[in-house]
Design a protein around this ligand. Structure first.
Ligand code: NAD
Ligand code: IPM
Ligand code: MN
Length: 349
């Protein structure tokens, strides 16, 4: 029995996870996979009600009793310091050492790209380091609230942390027949971390002589992802740069409504979540695109060794776009739930 914890979270999170659960249940039934989906209330509502973000015991149970988790989004204007999102999402990433943030951006249907003449072969996978960098929480503030206030954030980079994400990127490229791995950094200014990343990239890259290896500064990369995204195949980068570039990669391949991601510790535990956030501007209206969350279902199935179900879910995503049965962001008129139900029905038809 495979057990998945479903954490809707905030804003559009519960709406898109509701649709994803319909699709996951249908695909598992179709292929005879025994999958149990349990709902977990970890959210701003729960925090505002009980004063609790996530307890240590809940974190241990999620990681110990479940094979993986599916999370919608966390972030609520009523919690301006975002403490619950950091405790829950970053807490799980750090606690379970989910060091790979796997963010594929594939142009499924060329018309979805806002670019003129998009290359239909555009297919980028971001390997975002997920436990270090500027997300490590190193820093502090001093004389807070005065005109002498000082605030610092330090970027933490360890050899172990850099080596394992760079290795994961190369291994993925080799396993999937991708021919280029690009390191994105800001080594011209951030020279200490830059030197470490570049040395490790060269060291690991030497084991993969058949793969083209290049480096890009993050500012030039932002430009190039718009100019010629088709050039990039596997991109490996630090936590913050990966956060930013994966939204950009999502947009050039169809928008945030479509982009899934996996937070993965290979062989251990994984949490799948859309790249997008809780979208307070559209929450509660039933118009959120569930395809990113449904894409997470496919990533979860693939991760759990249920490739047949993953393939079916990928196919039904493309079918919904081709048939125009989509939410308004992709030009359709269907609601979040209707798209989920349509996909579930189609899987079982
Ligand atoms: P966002 O991704 O929530 O929204 C950006 C824009 O994209 C908005 O216009 C929104 O309406 C649109 N959008 C996002 N997802 C969509 C979908 N599925 N369908 C249609 N349109 C969609 O980013 P934001 O507004 O910067 O952040 C809102 C909150 O979400 C913040 O609190 C932020 O911290 C949080 N956040 C959480 C996660 C996460 O939990 N993984 C990720 C990003 C942001
Ligand atoms: C993401 C989000 C998170 C991040 C936030 C909500 C903590 O933007 O998953 O991309 O910055 O990693
Ligand atoms: Mn982000």
């Amino acid at each position: 029995m495979t057990r998945i914890a479903c954490i809707g979270g905030d804003g559009i999170g519960p709406e898109v996870i509701g649709a994803a659960v319909l699709v996951m249940t249908a695909a598992a039934d179709k292929h005879g996979h025994a999958v149990t989906l349990d709902r977990w209330d970890l959210s701003a509502n729960r925090y505002l009600r009980d004063g609790v973000t996530i307890t240590d015991e809940e974190r241990d149970r999620l990681v110990g009793e479940y094979d993986a988790a599916l999370l919608g989004a966390l972030g609520d204007p009523r919690v301006p310091d975002n403490v619950h999102a950091r405790d829950i999402l970053l807490g799980l990433r750090f606690h379970a050492d989910l060091y790979i943030n796997f963010r594929p951006c594939r142009l499924l249907v060329p018309a979805l790209s806002p670019l003129r003449d998009p290359d239909p072969g555009t297919d980028i996978v971001f390997f975002r380091e997920n436990t270090e960098g500027l997300y490590a929480g190193l820093g502090g503030s001093f004389k807070t609230g005065t005109t002498d206030e000082v605030a610092t954030e330090q970027s933490l980079n360890t050899y172990k942390g850099v080596e394992r994400i760079v290795r994961a990127a190369f291994e993925h490229a080799a396993a999937t027949g991708r021919r280029r791995v690009t390191l994105v950094d800001k080594a011209n200014v951030l020279s200490h971390e830059g030197a470490l990343w570049r040395r490790v990239f060269a060291e690991i890259g030497a084991r993969f002589p058949g793969i083209v290896q290049d480096t890009m500064y993050v500012d030039a990369m932002a430009m190039d992802l718009v100019r010629r995204p088709q050039r990039y195949e596997v991109v490996v980068t630090s936590n913050l740069f990966g956060d930013i570039l994966s939204d950009l990669g999502a947009q050039v391949t169809g928008g945030l409504g479509l982009a899934p991601s996996g937070n993965i510790n290979p062989g251990s535990w994984a949490l799948f979540e859309p790249v997008h956030g809780s979208a307070p501007d559209i929450a509660g209206r039933g118009v959120a695109d569930p395809l990113a969350a449904v894409g997470c279902v496919s990533l979860a199935f693939a991760h759990l060794g249920m490739g047949d179900a993953a393939k079916d879910v990928d196919d039904v995503i493309i079918a919904s776009i081709r048939d125009g049965f989509t939410t308004p962001d992709l030009g359709g008129t269907a609601s979040t739930r209707e798209v989920g139900q349509w996909m579930a029905d189609r899987l079982l038809a």
